[in-house]
Design a protein around this ligand. Structure first.
Ligand SMILES: [Zn+2]
Length: 261
């Protein structure tokens, strides 16, 4: 088994992990690196492996930093399956075309400036049409159902309790007479979140890849959130102020709306 981290290592966005087991090549996640425009464009555009060798792509959840470069992968010739849960597939059906539109608008804006500077126009990373074609490659499945993705390799999704459809991915690969179990946590939720179910206990594994975005931070208990939010809202409302809440669009925003409601 060989594992290469092409993103979300030393940084939080652009999840992309390349797994070679036996003679099969599997990509775990194909996320968008999100940073300053120029650097993001450069990092996202050039996929750092040979696409023709890929046998399958497996996606843990729909967040753009995990799924957002899939249309670029397909645009550059990937023709195989993308395995994900049904809900992840459904979310991607809205989010990836939306992301394509954003790339198109963004490049239009940049090209206006480049034209004034006498520079050649840039191409969008991918378009809405590229994203729509990507959806045809998705193979949706349920939780806890092993699915064969290549000869000798199965994948099983377990609820990660992070956002709708989010999953931990167990890859089981037969090499000779032994089976290697690689567990990829994806992004993990906390227990007692108001909308999604609690994360399933992790199945046993030989190798564990685990997200560590908040690995160095202790979150306050989920049960306190409502009271703390209410205190802030009431305080601002009582002096006639306005409240602006920047929040991730998928997952976090729905939680906040629910609490406010
Ligand atoms: Zn996420």
């Amino acid at each position: 088994m060989r594992l290469t981290f092409f993103g979300a290592a030393g940084t939080v966005t652009g999840s992309m992990h390349y797994l070679r087991v036996g003679r099969k090549d599997i990509l775990l996640e194909c996320g968008l690196y999100q940073g300053k425009r120029k650097e993001s464009y450069r990092r996202n555009r050039k996929l750092p492996f040979d696409i023709r060798r890929l046998d399958a792509v497996v996606l843990s959840h729909a967040h753009i930093d995990h799924s957002g470069n899939l249309p670029n992968l397909v645009k550059n010739g990937y023709d195989g399956p993308i395995y994900a849960t049904h809900a992840t597939r459904d979310l991607c059906a809205s989010m990836l075309p939306d992301s394509g539109r954003i790339h198109e608008y963004d490049v239009k804006y940049v090209n206006k400036r480049r034209k004034r500077q006498g520079k050649p126009p840039m191409e969008p990373l991918y378009t809405e049409a590229d994203a729509l074609r990507t959806l045809d490659h998705f193979v949706g499945t349920g939780y806890a159902r092993p699915i064969r993705i290549a000869r000798g390799i199965t994948v099983t999704f377990f609820d990660a309790g992070h956002i709708l459809g989010s999953a931990m991915v167990l890859v089981e690969a037969r090499e000779g007479d032994r089976t290697e179990r690689i567990l990829f946590s994806g992004d993990l939720g906390q227990p007692n979140l108001p909308i999604v179910r609690d994360p399933t206990p992790m199945p046993p594994a030989d190798t564990l890849l685990i997200e560590s975005t908040y690995g160095n931070r202790e979150h306050p208990p989920v049960e306190d959130i409502k009271a703390r939010l209410a205190a802030v809202v009431n305080q601002v409302a009582s002096r006639g102020g306005r409240i602006i809440i920047p929040a991730f669009a998928v997952g976090r925003t729905q939680e906040i709306v629910l609490h406010l409601h």
